[in-house]
Ligand binder design. Sequence first.
Ligand code: SF4
Length: 244
Amino acid sequence: MLSHTRYISFELSNLCNNSRHHIRCPLHGKEVWKYPARRSTLPLALILRTLEELARFDFHGTVGYNIYNEPLIDPRLFLIIQKTHEILGPCSTYLLTNGCFLTQQLVSEAYEFGLDNLQISTYSDQEHEYCSTFTIPKGKAFLARRTTLIDLSDQFKGPYLDLHEPCHGPLGEICVCCTGHITLCCREWMRTGEYFFGNLNETPLHDILAQGKMEKTWERLSRGDRYLDICRRCETSRCFGEKK
Ligand code: SF4
C-alpha cells in the first residue's frame, strides 16, 4: 500500500512566527486566506497512532514535521522525533525550520533526540551567517539555505499551465494537515476540502488508503495527466526518486 511513499509530513500546528510578516503566507490573515482561522494543533495521539500504522506497513522512509507551520514552536517536537525512531526503527527524521528559535544547544539536543536531517531556510544574510556556524554531529545531515518568501497564490487562481510532467505528489509524500486531513500535496494551502482524501481523526490511514482515491490520483498524475484544477496551474512536480 505504501510502495510509492517516501515521505510523510505531519503539520504539527498552524502556527508560524513569520506568518504575520509574510502577507502571502497561507497562515496570514483569515479574511484573505481560507486557512483555519483559529489556532490548531495536531493531536499527539493521532501522530503516534499513525506512526504505529506506518510501522505495520514497514515504512522506513522520511518523516517530517511541517507543511505551513514552524515546527520548533511546538514544545512536543523533540519527543515526537524520539517516538518516531522508537516506533518506526530505521527511518529518517527531517526538520525544516526558519531557524529563528535555534541555538547551538538546541541543534545538538535535536540530534541527540534522533534528528537525522536539519535544514534551515534563512531569510537574511545575518541569519544565514549565524545558522551556518552550527556544529553538527558526524554523519548527520545539515543544510542552511538562503531563500526568499514564496507566493503560492497562483496555485489556485493563476492561468492554466497544463504541463505534462509526471508528479508523484499525493502518495510520494503523505501530507497530514494540522486538522488531521490528508491533502493532495504541500502546494495545497487553501484547504477547502476539495483535495482531501480523509481525516485521520476519524479514519485510520489504512482505511483512507484502502479507499483507493489516493492511489488513483497518484496513477494519473504520475503519468503526467494533470487533470486536477490545482495541478493544471502548477509549475512544478514532485518526483521522490521515481522515474519520470
Ligand atoms: S502537480 Fe503540483 S499541485 Fe499537483 S500534486 Fe504535483 S506538486 Fe501538487
